[in-house]
Design a protein around this ligand. Structure first.
Ligand SMILES: Nc1ncnc2c1ncn2[C@@H]1O[C@H](COP(=O)(O)OP(=O)(O)OP(=O)(O)O)[C@@H](O)[C@H]1O
Ligand SMILES: [Mg+2]
Length: 244
């Protein structure tokens, strides 16, 4: 059997569930509704990688960089020096689009292609091993047809895989629904899907995490409880089933 290179997320329980880590070069959809922890988990993934010497890039299209860093500063795992030293690069896609002279709200086929080239060039030039796009939903919203979305994600995924860059794409869904994406395309092009949800128990909302798919990995599909804390960031634990 051929052993695949694995990209450790550094979130201990998640790596165990993955059988060691995400197969290197995969494109993974991180699905969840607002506040489910997508951005936090993606940042933790990048910071953990940077601590091991793997450079990363975080493309945001939903929130300005000052807001993103302000929120992340609340977590002990966040290390400003890794940002300042360029081990984790934070890039606002709206600013890139503006600089390219694109309409920041709507991309034509040519715009999408120019953007794709820029993303690839940045990833290539920085020699990043980990890439985050937060969110693919907001990016797809700017593309104007399902064909454009499919083409964009497919090309992005395959060029990053060729660079052995492991990618997390965040996918925003409405609360309390069990779907993976807004456009119904993103999940088919992704190698893996992670679902951040919640369940209500005795009036409390408990965060949950579930690995839905991961091509090339013998992974767990059990639903876990997930917690977010300043001290430890995202943590997973077995979901204790209540007897009621
Ligand atoms: N310092 C902190 N300590 C503990 N929990 C925190 C801290 N900061 C944020 N949180 C929790 O994390 C949640 C936000 O997580 P995050 O921003 O990663 O979610 P998201 O899925 O990216 O949301 P959105 O779709 O709105 O961008 C907050 O609603 C809060 O419950
Ligand atoms: Mg977010």
């Amino acid at each position: 059997m051929v052993e695949r290179d694995l990209c450790q997320t550094g979130i201990e329980e998640l790596d165990i569930q993955l059988g060691g880590g995400i197969p290197t070069g995969s494109t993974v959809l991180m699905v969840g509704s607002s506040g489910s922890g997508k951005t936090t988990m993606c940042m933790q993934f990048l910071i953990n990688g940077a601590k091991k010497g793997e450079r990363g890039v975080f493309f945001t299209i939903t929130e300005p960089l000052f807001k993103l860093t302000k929120n992340m500063e609340g977590f002990d795992f966040y290390d400003k020096e890794l940002i300042e030293s360029g081990m984790v690069n934070l890039i606002d896609l709206r600013i890139i689009s503006e600089r390219l002279g694109l309409d920041t709200e709507k991309y034509t086929v040519e715009d999408a292609s120019a953007l794709l080239d820029i993303l690839r060039d940045i990833a290539d030039e920085l020699n990043v091993k980990r890439l985050v796009m937060d969110s693919i939903t907001a990016l797809c919203y700017r593309l104007q047809s399902k064909e454009m979305i499919r083409d964009f994600i497919f090309k992005l995924g395959s060029s990053l895989a060729a660079m052995k860059c492991t990618t997390l794409l965040t996918s925003e869904i409405p609360p309390r629904v069990f779907q993976y994406s807004q456009y119904g395309i993103e999940e088919f092009i992704s190698d893996g899907i992670m679902f951040l949800g919640d369940i209500e128990r005795k009036g409390d909302l408990i965060r949950t995490f579930q690995l839905i798919k991961m091509r090339g990995a013998n992974h767990s599909r059990a639903k876990s409880a997930m917690s977010i804390s300043s001290k430890n960031g995202i943590e997973l634990a077995p979901l204790l089933r209540s007897r009621e």
